[in-house]
Design a binder for this molecule. Structure first.
Ligand code: SF4
Ligand code: SF4
Length: 224
């Protein structure tokens, strides 16, 4: 059995080695690609996890749990002021067009490993509800609950967040929690940092313990 290295230095060395492996695989792919637009500079690498979940019909019980959670958040929102909201992670990460396309390509390849813990609560908080209610002042609390339920996919990844559909998160960005709009894992952050207007794709590989798997060139999606 392969074991993880112990110690910070060993872990760092291993990560560097994994990045080298992915970069070499990327170099080989772009060298063999006849398109002159595809070079090591225009195809950054991303070494990210991969969510091993299956798409399944979501049980009605899970939707009911989400509705109950949102109802409780709205009730708390009505009894408190914004100064009492959780201030942790204030702002969404600001991304330009190239960076947004990179995030979309990489996270869809990963299938949302970091979303797994969302389960029936989707990381929604009182603060999320307060912002949504302020942007939609004519909606009653029941209508807000219904607005959230309307975006649930029929089939979601299990185990995972109720909003993890076949093509990623089905909840619009302005309805998600700040953490959902903020978080970029280390591997994705590196790819985003390397993105430029000339970026044509991302070479995405997955890490599983000490192993690297699945290196593949992913084209950037066209954003609507
Ligand atoms: S942020 Fe990282 S872990 Fe989360 S879905 Fe995107 S690639 Fe996967
Ligand atoms: S709401 Fe969307 S982004 Fe947030 S955890 Fe669920 S699937 Fe992921």
């Amino acid at each position: 059995m392969t074991t993880l290295p112990t110690g910070l230095r060993a872990a760092r060395d291993l990560l560097r080695q994994m990045h080298r492996t992915v970069a070499e695989a990327r170099d080989q792919v772009v060298t063999n690609d006849p398109r002159p637009t595809h070079t090591a500079e225009t195809v950054p690498i991303a070494l990210v996890p991969r969510h091993h979940a299956r798409l399944r019909q979501t049980a009605a019980r899970r939707h009911a749990m989400l509705a109950q959670h949102i109802g409780a958040l709205l009730a708390a929102m009505r009894q408190t002021g914004p100064e009492q909201d959780d201030g942790y992670i204030e702002q969404p990460t600001l991304l330009n067009t190239a960076e947004t396309r990179v995030v979309s390509a990489v996270c869809s390849a990963c299938k949302g490993a970091c979303c797994t813990a969302g389960r029936e609560q989707a990381f929604l908080r009182v603060r999320t509800m307060r912002e949504y209610a302020a942007a939609h002042p004519l909606l009653t609390d029941d209508e807000i609950v219904q607005a959230y339920l309307a975006y649930l996919p029929e089939r979601a990844l299990h185990p995972g967040c109720v909003y993890q559909g076949a093509r990623g998160c089905t909840l619009p960005r302005d309805m998600r929690s700040a953490i959902c709009n903020r978080y970029l894992c280390t591997g994705l952050q590196q790819a985003v940092d390397a993105a430029t207007p000339e970026t044509v794709g991302v070479f995405v590989a997955h890490r599983d313990g000490v192993k690297v798997s699945g290196g593949r060139l992913r084209a950037l999606p066209v954003l609507g």
